[in-house]
Design a protein around this ligand. Structure first.
Ligand code: GLC
Ligand code: GLC
Length: 814
């Protein structure tokens, strides 16, 4: 069953039934001001940091779910009936409900008793505000007297404190009201120099700023007493819960349409110019007034929307493809790329599953996310790399997370996740392959943000590599530390105390437990680093990396091989994990996927055997699970992985993030059919038909789909903010379609399904537009290329040296 449909032409997903299984959200904003918005207008907004600068309030895991948002009410002032065009919060039975989630905007509308209404929400580029354009049309044969209300609930800035510290917070709320504008200035009197505002374009018939005056005691957002009465009360908030509500009365002739614009925004004043007149307690509005006035103007608002549309058009145009598979096309061309930008902006902070107060930016996560967004925003990727590297420690180790507001490593979580440093090599390499910008390696970058400790970025990569060499275990494999990619494989934790963090508790010395996954990553990243060193003229250094890589490969094939597949790890007792000898957890996806992705065992049949057994034991119709058999109880020596009931999360859930490693592994074996089949099993668009089972949005990836051991096999959770976005994008674009960036040029190496007659693509790469057409003439993966009509040797298309800005690439697969 479906709850809507894709409108690919307009790059929208159109939801036609409001009661989706879960709130289906979208993101507003792409620079500094952000919001999440659900298909029934739920959600909240923040400036830069979802915890520390939260503008509006949201109650996670509330009942009913997803209440609190950007709510509009309409009231028929004759019949006194009222409703919300976005269904929530009043939940009337609406006609023609639709929610169009598009690129950076959402439009929600419906019609009720002959009154059509819809609101378009978006954040203009380069501004710290959001615009709501409400359009109301009278479809009745008679005149209609309609009151419109728009409302939000302010958050007192720090979302964590706001939700917990009531003894203080019930006393601090303050607002100011001017005609058409409500200013929220809680804590402005003391240490803040920022405030929020909520403005309305039309002459108001009333406002409210005190929540209880608007809702009424013991009422919810579904039945505000002031809306019911048809008159806001002009209340001024003192303490308690400040809100912003505007009322506008419309007198609509039959067929008449009116538009009202609301603007919700964030503004800062210089610390010494906070008040006007100076010495007063009145917010200085000199610089904010023109901004508000500008965007309350419908023409300006429309122009801002058009600029936003063009921005996304341009951003997505960097890579566009046309294959025989509609699900591939719309994910690659629209939604997967868009989701990669969301992971760039949000990391793992704010979604329907991430409360915005938990995590900073993950070192491992953000480096991997780069694989999915570097081609769209290379300059910002560069900045992100330098920020990440600045938190690296002199040992080569890394803080597991850093705070985006301070850009400093998070001491509470600390480091010691021994895979972390290698992802920096992977990220930097992806950046150079995309841009050809070698200068990044010479950027001075400090360790742990310590002024004076700056060394060239390249030295950071060296230390990342060396970090592992200094942490080798009894079998010659890398020590795992707190965990590797799998945050929940905590082999040095041994926690039997409730509430202890699996991520930071370490009860063992850590000199025994080893990770085959890190070994595979070391081989992969080591080769990338060697390539970089060679091109920097450091031949000897490069050879030394390759020698270490070759040594590690041998160790993997000896001590990391279980006979038919790759082992996962050795625990603190030196016992195998992910072996046929184990009772549970006999085979794992990470080591098998990543070792094959890294090219290990390709020559001697081991890679093929690893992939065949991965298919046999881990593949399901909904995707590949993390391991089998699932852990049926808690194992002290394994940690969090066994804390989850079977089939969920890292305990044999379908962790979508790692599925692409196996897809890439299959392409390395030349298996285009299976690679694309795996791709399709978790492709959200291809799962749209089973939305009542999948439950999450059909337009973005979720972190996890419940595995076959779970009662809810096939149900997705934790959509939007996941490494799944980048890795699937990378797998389909660079390995299955095979349009791959290299340090030298653009490699064309498709491993596509046999049934595909070919595909075409447009790729802007280092300032040149490549028009690519692939035609299948035989069943294999051998490719013969012509560039602007001339055949070339090999399959790497080098950037033109004669200033051509467009290049035609034709490939014949046989
Ligand atoms: C989450 C984390 C990621 C980790 C994965 C597996 O997605 O953000 O860093 O690799 O879980 O545990
Ligand atoms: C939990 C989750 C894992 C995530 C980690 C982040 O362990 O299971 O997916 O990576 O938290 O700290």
């Amino acid at each position: 069953m479906k709850y809507g449909y894709f409108d690919d032409q307009n790059r929208e997903y159109v939801i036609t039934q409001p009661d989706t299984p879960l709130p289906w959200i979208n993101y507003l904003g792409c620079q500094a001001y952000f919001g999440i918005i659900s298909n029934t207008a739920g959600g909240y907004s923040f400036y830069r940091d979802a915890r520390l600068r939260r503008l509006t309030r949201y109650r996670y895991n509330n009942v009913p779910m997803d209440s609190g948002g950007r709510y509009v009410y309409l009231r028929d002032d004759e019949s006194k009936e009222f409703w919300s065009p976005s269904w929530q919060p009043t939940r009337n039975e609406l006609k023609d409900y639709s929610c169009r989630h598009g690129m950076g905007y959402t439009t929600i509308g419906s019609s009720y008793s002959g009154i059509e209404a819809s609101t378009r929400y978006f954040v203009p580029l380069d501004e710290n505000l959001e615009i709501w354009q409400l359009t109301v049309t009278n479809r009745r044969a008679t005149r209609a007297l309609i009151s419109t209300f728009a409302s939000i609930e302010f958050c007192l800035w720090d979302a964590q404190d706001d939700a917990t510290n009531f003894q203080r917070n019930f006393n601090t709320g303050q607002v100011e009201v001017e005609p058409g504008v409500i200013y929220h200035k809680t804590e402005y009197r003391e240490r803040r120099n920022h405030f929020a505002y909520f403005a309305c374009s039309e002459p108001g018939a009333g406002f409210d700023t005190q929540r209880e005056a608007f809702l009424g005691p013991y009422r919810g957002w579904d039945k505000p007493v002031a809306v019911e009465a048809g008159q806001l009360t002009n209340s001024i908030a003192h303490g308690w819960s400040p809100i912003g509500a505007h009322q506008v009365k419309l007198d609509l002739a039959p067929g008449e349409t009116r538009q009202i614009v609301f603007v919700l925004g964030y503004h800062e004043n210089p610390v010494d110019q906070k008040f006007s007149p100076a010495g007063s307690q009145i917010v200085n509005k000199t610089t904010v007034r023109p901004v508000i006035a500008k965007y309350l103007d419908a023409t300006e608002a429309n122009a801002a929307f058009e600029r936003l549309r063009q921005y996304w058009e341009k951003t997505l145009s960097v890579f566009q493809v046309n294959t025989p598979d509609i699900h591939t096309n719309r994910m690659v061309n629209i939604w997967n790329a868009y989701q990669c930008m969301a992971t760039f902006n949000m990391s793992r902070s704010a979604s329907f599953y991430e409360s915005g107060i938990g995590r900073g930016l993950g070192f491992r996560d953000s480096n991997q996310d780069l694989l999915g967004f570097v081609h769209m925003v290379p300059a910002r990727a560069r900045e992100r790399i330098l920020d990440l590297a600045s938190t690296q420690l002199a040992t080569g180790g890394a803080y597991h997370q850093y705070q985006p507001l301070t850009k400093r490593g998070n001491n509470d979580i600390g480091g010691g996740f021994n895979d972390d440093p290698h992802w920096l090599i992977v990220g930097v390499s992806a950046y150079i392959k995309e841009t050809g910008d070698w200068s990044i390696l010479d950027e001075p970058v400090p360790f742990d943000n310590e002024p004076g400790s700056e060394v060239p970025l390249y030295e950071h990569l060296r230390r990342s590599f060396r970090y592992t060499l200094e942490r080798i275990g009894p079998h010659g494999l890398p020590l795992i530390g707190r965990a590797d990619w799998n945050d929940c494989l905590n082999l040095n934790c041994f926690s039997d105390t409730p509430g202890q963090s699996f991520q930071t508790t370490t009860n063992k010395e850590g000199k025994v437990a080893e990770s085959v996954f890190i070994a595979g990553l070391f081989v992969f990243a080591g080769r990338e680093l060697a390539d970089i060193a060679t091109r920097r003229g450091l031949g000897e250094e490069s050879s030394s990396y390759l020698a270490e890589v070759a040594k590690m490969e041998k160790v993997i094939l000896k001590h990391g091989w279980d006979g038919e597949w790759f082992l996962r790890a050795y625990d603190d007792f030196g016992a195998k994990i992910g072996s046929k000898e184990c009772e549970e957890g006999k085979i794992f996806i990470e080591s098998n996927g990543f070792c094959v992705l890294a090219g290990i065992g390709l020559d001697d049949g081991k890679a093929a055997s690893a992939m065949a057994n991965t298919a046999k034991y881990l593949a399901t119709k909904h995707g590949l699970v993390v391991q089998q058999p699932a852990y049926s109880h808690y194992y002290l020596n394994l940690g969090e992985i066994s804390s989850y009931p079977p089939g969920y999360k890292e305990n044999a859930g379908i962790f979508c993030h790692v599925n692409p490693w196996v897809m890439i592994g299959e392409t390395r074996l030349g298996h285009g059919d299976l690679a694309h089949d795996y791709y399709s099993r978790i492709n959200p668009s291809a799962r749209e038909e089973i939305s009542e089972l999948h439950r999450c949005e059909p337009y973005v990836y979720a972190q996890m789909i419940a595995g076959k051991d779970a009662p809810s096999f096939g149900e997705a959770k934790n959509s939007w903010l996941t490494g799944t976005a980048a890795w699937n994008y990378y797998a389909i674009v660079q390995w299955i379609l095979g349009v791959r960036t290299t340090l030298d040029g653009l490699e064309i190496a498709p491993v596509i399904p046999k049934s595909w007659p070919g595909f075409t693509a447009t790729r802007t790469f280092r300032g040149v537009v490549y028009k690519i057409a692939i035609e299948r003439k035989g069943e294999g993966n051998h490719i013969a290329l012509t560039v602007d009509g001339a055949p070339i040797e090999g399959n790497i298309v080098m950037p033109p040296t004669d200033g051509r800005k467009e290049v035609s690439v034709k490939g014949i697969l046989s």
